[in-house]
Design a protein around this ligand. Sequence first.
Ligand code: FAD
Length: 361
Amino acid sequence: MSAQKVVVVGGGIVGCMTAMALVQRGCKVTIVERHQIASQTSGESSWAGGGILFPLLPWMYSAHVNTLTQIGMQAYPAIAAQLRADTGIDTGFDPTGFLLLPPFDADTAIAWCEQYQVPIQAVKASAFAVNSLSGDDAFWLPTVCQARPPHMMQALRRWLEQHQVTMLEHTELAPLKEVGEMHAWPTMQGEKIEADQFVVTSGAWSFDLLKDTAAKLNIKPMRGQIVLYKPQKNLQQMVYRDGFYMIPRLDGHLLAGSTLEDVGFDAGVTEAVRDEIAAKAEAIMPSLKNEPIIKHWSGLRPGTPENLPVISAHPTIQNLYLNTGHFRYGLTMAPASAALVTALMCGDTPSIDATPYQCHA
Ligand SMILES: Cc1cc2nc3c(=O)[nH]c(=O)nc-3n(C[C@H](O)[C@H](O)[C@H](O)COP(=O)(O)OP(=O)(O)OC[C@H]3O[C@@H](n4cnc5c(N)ncnc54)[C@H](O)[C@@H]3O)c2cc1C
């Protein structure tokens, strides 16, 4: 039997990881991307993300979110090692550790960490040379890792090229009309892209593509802005306080962010947010007052209620699947959601219950 031909719609982290999983199952994969894979063009979330492989305050989320993030977190060491060995590209994967500054609900955090076997230690923030602003009692989660999203995307791109994945870039698929079964998907330029199966991984733009066929799909863009420093003296760990985080990179850069802005598809940046992020960063790390901001960008997250993605067959169209709506934790969840959608597409029994991620008619 010849290999299944699959079209992956959108070449962000979710599309690339899905393509990787499909290749590993023997499929012949084409990624259709309206811009360029592994580059920053106009708001694609994957290039722009911070790279924390942990859902900030996981005890705030449902077990269904935690199932995906836990599997993803456990998969990353092997994925980063494989990408490095196969492509020579370092993804920036690193067990940097996560310092959680107050305010937080200590009992809930400890109970969650016990349940999920994530090491957590009560510490003094001052021992980490940061200002806590609301008391010195902090939590240290030493096993939390990061990856560097632009490097992760470059490595995935190279790996997919090495495995004969076709990349149709600068090719935009048109919004889908109701059909029973899919044989070809038209592009905006009027071409038809044929395949046996299709999977939508087009992030914040997924609803635009599917609104005539899946009206209940609840995905909208949520902008996040990030600023970048290269300070003389950097943090040694990731720091989180009250919705704000800082991420030190191994090469001396420092990211600070982010925001949650409901501004539609506007992928711009604003001076007001830049100043707000700088003020929060300087309050925690006063030495940043003397450091210039060297870059400022934004990304459009695929926002969904409660951070719950849709990983499912399409409710009415045969041969069409969805893997989208990963909101704030798409990098962390991508390995787990790629494995789940690939199992559904290949007719395997998924290793987790797929019901919570279903797309309803
Ligand atoms: C500021 C910020 C910080 C973040 N920090 C973290 C973090 O620390 N940890 C974490 O786990 N997650 C983080 N995230 C979230 C994470 O980045 C996203 O959940 C993830 O990138 C979503 O990936 P995606 O592939 O679904 O979407 P995208 O990366 O947006 O990719 C979708 C792709 O589909 C393409 N596309 C759209 N429409 C079409 C069409 N019609 N035809 C062809 N192609 C199309 C787009 O061009 C795009 O390339 C962050 C996000 C932001 C913005």
